[in-house]
Design a protein around this ligand. Structure first.
Ligand SMILES: Cc1ncc(COP(=O)(O)O)c(C=O)c1O
Length: 427
């Protein structure tokens, strides 16, 4: 970890997040104790160096194209992924949205995995704003779409059919316990798509986790895709922002689409400055560091998999029942079920100072990230054992219905009553 580490920033807060401020049931929080927050890699805070760079960033009006810090970030992102151009956007969702607006016309259809973020977690933006439909394909447990089914999913020229306008992959694929998709697979999909004159978009919210886990270069992994979105505000620890990369023409259309959805920002170099640091090579940046998160994730998965009461997450995360298979934790997610009431377990864990979160299929998710140390992982392992001991054994519910969201939910992510409602209805 760099000397700029902000472990305290992440773990010690002035108070609980809004979800828990409403009902202060958590002893750890009442006691003002440090919290190890593993709900998501989105909870990271910027490093001290990022904060300094943000304060000192050279600025201009980005809508006019003259914010030098944004321009530097966009040039770096494009170069890193080997594309002609890049666009700084507010979020992964906005990146995917403007990519769709740039690739698609009203009434077209996108082929994508059934449990991908673009389909289930972007508030129906494809329908409401892009005005397109989706053709979902059930993913394999490694996040791939079966190629034979994909090959048959492109529409023929029939007046009854929508026109296939885009194929979307998710890399890493969140619901599979964040498995990375390989260069060879991405190439096979793009060959199929291009054979039908259809572009391939990769929702790479955690693209660099895939790059690091696969040991490939960002250019190699991005090469088969026409466009890639990746998030700065997840494992790369920036406070905000995502990047969209592609050809110059595509990015021009995406820039107009971003303006259309109100995403044109002015002196936004204050935010882009953190991204410039995140994308630096080597230990000065945040990409190489992701290997540490993966190592922590593996350690956590191996330790809890050995505990009585921790079982397979089911679903795409681990289709086979039985014990949790720690071999599934290949990047930065551990997904599992407990032979407990999930909410009781999460509350018991929170009382011991560790936050995890409910996930679809009655799963629990833990995501090691910047600011979480090896010692925190050992503390977490002890807290999981303690929370299991604190709660009554029950059969792990196998709620295998389709999730309506892949976003975290549960008592530590939302106001508790609302969270329970959501869990009961949706998962
Ligand atoms: C796979 C995937 N794509 C896209 C997004 C959207 O990112 P954002 O929350 O920045 O809109 C997420 C967020 O968790 C994600 O997991």
């Amino acid at each position: 970890m760099s000397p700029d580490t902000n472990v305290r920033d992440v773990r010690v807060r002035s108070g609980p997040p809004p979800a828990l401020r409403v009902r202060r049931t958590t002893t750890a929080i009442l006691a003002g104790m440090a919290v190890i927050d593993l709900r998501s890699d989105t909870v990271t805070h910027p490093s001290p160096e990022m904060r300094r760079a943000m304060a000192e960033a050279e600025l201009g009006d980005d809508v006019l194209g003259d914010d030098p810090t944004v321009n530097a970030l966009e040039e770096r992102a494009a170069d890193l992924l080997g594309k002609e151009a890049a666009l700084f956007v507010s979020s992964g969702t906005q990146g995917n949205l403007v990519a769709q607006l740039a690739h698609l016309q009203r009434g077209m259809e996108t082929i994508a995995g059934t449990e991908t973020h673009i389909i289930v977690d972007e508030a129906g933006g494809h329908a409401a704003l892009v005005r397109t439909t989706v053709r979902p394909i059930r993913e394999n447990a490694d996040g791939t779409l079966p190629l034979d089914i994909l090959a048959g999913a492109f529409r023929e020229d029939d007046v009854h059919d929508p026109i296939t306008g885009m194929v979307a992959l998710e890399n890493t694929h969140a619901m599979t316990m964040a498995q990375p998709l390989t260069v060879a697979y991405t190439r096979a999909v793009s060959d199929l798509a291009h054979g039908h004159d259809v572009p391939l978009h990769v929702d790479g919210a955690r693209f660099f986790n895939a790059v690091v886990a696969l040991g490939v270069s960002p250019r190699e992994l991005a090469a088969p895709a026409d466009s890639v979105t990746f998030c700065l505000s997840k494992g790369l620890a920036c406070p905000i922002g995502s990047m969209l990369v592609g050809s110059r023409d595509f990015i021009f259309r995406a820039r107009r689409a971003r303006k259309q959805v109100g995403g044109g920002m002015r002196q936004v170099g204050v935010l882009a400055a953190a991204g410039v640091i995140a994308l630096r090579d080597g230990p000065a940046g945040m990409i190489e560091r992701l290997a540490e998160d993966h190592e922590h994730t593996r350690r956590l998965a191996i330790a809890i998999a050995a505990m009585d009461g921790i079982v397979s997450p089911g679903g795409l995360a681990q289709p086979q029942p039985g014990p949790l298979d720690p071999g599934r934790a290949t990047t930065n997610f551990v997904l599992f079920r407990v032979e407990r009431d999930r909410n009781e377990f999460l509350e018991a864990l929170a009382k011991r100072g560790v936050w995890m979160v409910g996930y679809p299929h009655n799963q629990i998710r833990a995501v090691p990230h910047y600011g979480v140390s090896a010692a925190d992982i050992e503390t977490t392992i002890a807290a999981v054992a303690g929370a299991l001991a604190d709660t009554l054994r029950r059969p792990a519910q196998d709620l295998d219905e389709m999730p309506t969201t892949t976003e975290p939910s549960g008592p530590t992510s939302l106001e508790p009553e609302a969270a329970r409602h959501r869990v009961a209805i949706a998962h």
